[in-house]
Design a binder for this molecule. Structure first.
Ligand SMILES: Nc1ncnc2c1ncn2[C@@H]1O[C@H](COP(=O)(O)OP(=O)(O)OP(=O)(O)O)[C@@H](O)[C@H]1O
Length: 311
């Protein structure tokens, strides 16, 4: 990188994108500091990919302004593209090339001075030296994603934009992938990553939740949970589905949702919810226990308030 690394890597205000008559990103402002892992969450079609594409200079916003890596997103898109690693949802490698050949090929596309050495360094870093001669098609889904991540980091970008990089990957491989993201961040790389998985959201330094193109909340997980001001009870026992339906129609209950064998019941008025807990709990076969609101409780509540289907 030739330009000095700014401490604020992404700073945008009022980003808006309209496709046809639909505003898919609506007046979105955000700020991401260097070295941060910033999670982007939201339902399908909420505008995450469109936002990412505006940030890295692939799409021009219809309104709004801002900078990415210190470059203007409206006028310096080429500078941004050169310094960003972007792993798209459909990122794919050549199945009939070996792992080493894939990395060398990508290194050549990026115009790196020594593609062979760059690929060798990436193989070592990714722990793939033993398998360098194996065809990419033979890798498991998790390893394919790690290889794709390695390919995106070949030109030593200052910012990584990862669009649902672990969709459809098993939990162990997702965990390994996230370990790699943390290693990269520890080396000073900034990472913006979209995901639908709550456990992944919990591994981010900060998260933003976007629905209907609008950024509804942003902050650390602790801040987001605290700001939501939800009181939550965890209900266990029989007939939880029936109880959930009754509670959803009860004033004072903002959210009632089943998580495995427990029903989470949340509301903003703590006193009212305590009354509801007493009223529904008295003599009932279910057990009501005061609990802590989880990130998922908060997101479901946000979705309901935003007028959408819960997740
Ligand atoms: N080039 C385009 N032309 C028209 N509509 C588009 C275009 N790109 C995206 N859209 C629409 O914009 C909306 C937002 O899409 P986007 O891909 O940004 O959402 P997302 O949050 O990334 O969704 P997902 O989680 O499913 O990937 C969707 O309704 C999508 O169909």
């Amino acid at each position: 990188m030739s330009a000095p690394a700014p401490d604020v890597v992404i700073e945008v205000e009022g980003l808006t994108k309209v496709f046809g008559t639909r505003k898919v990103v609506d007046n979105l402002s955000m700020r991401v500091e260097r070295g941060m892992i910033y999670g982007f969450l939201g339902p399908n079609g909420s505008g995450k990919t469109t936002t990412i594409r505006m940030l890295c200079g692939l799409l021009t916003p219809d309104a709004g302004r801002g900078s990415c890596l210190g470059y203007d997103i409206l006028t310096q898109q080429d500078e941004i593209k050169r310094r960003v690693g972007y792993m798209t949802q459909k990122f794919s490698l050549y199945a009939d090339l070996t792992i080493r050949e894939n990395l060398e090929f990508v290194a050549r596309i990026y115009g790196l001075a020594d593609p062979v050495a760059a690929a060798a360094a990436a193989l070592k870093r990714l722990g793939l030296l033993d398998r360098a001669g194996q065809l990419a098609a033979e890798l498991s889904g998790g390893w394919k994603q790690r290889l794709a991540l390695g390919a995106c980091t070949l030109p030593d970008p200052a910012l990584l934009l990862l669009d649902e990089p672990t969709a459809g990957v098993d939990p162990k491989a997702r965990r390994d992938f996230w370990d790699e993201i943390h290693h990269l961040a520890a080396r000073g790389l900034t990472v913006l990553v979209s995901t639908h998985y709550m456990d992944e959201a919990e591994r981010c330094h900060r998260i933003a939740y976007i629905a209907g193109g609008r950024l509804l909340v942003t902050g650390t997980i602790g801040e987001i949970i605290a700001d939501a001001g939800l009181t939550t009870y965890v209900v266990t026992g029989p007939q939880l589905d029936e109880l959930s339906q009754k509670l959803q129609k009860t004033p004072g209950v903002e959210m009632a949702a089943l998580f495995g064998s427990a029903l989470h019941v949340s509301g903003r008025d703590a006193a009212l919810l305590a009354n509801i807990a007493q009223q529904f709990g008295a003599g009932a076969p279910q057990r009501w226990t005061p609990g802590e609101a989880t990130l998922e409780d908060v997101f479901i509540d946000l979705m309901i308030r935003a007028g959408g289907a819960p997740l």
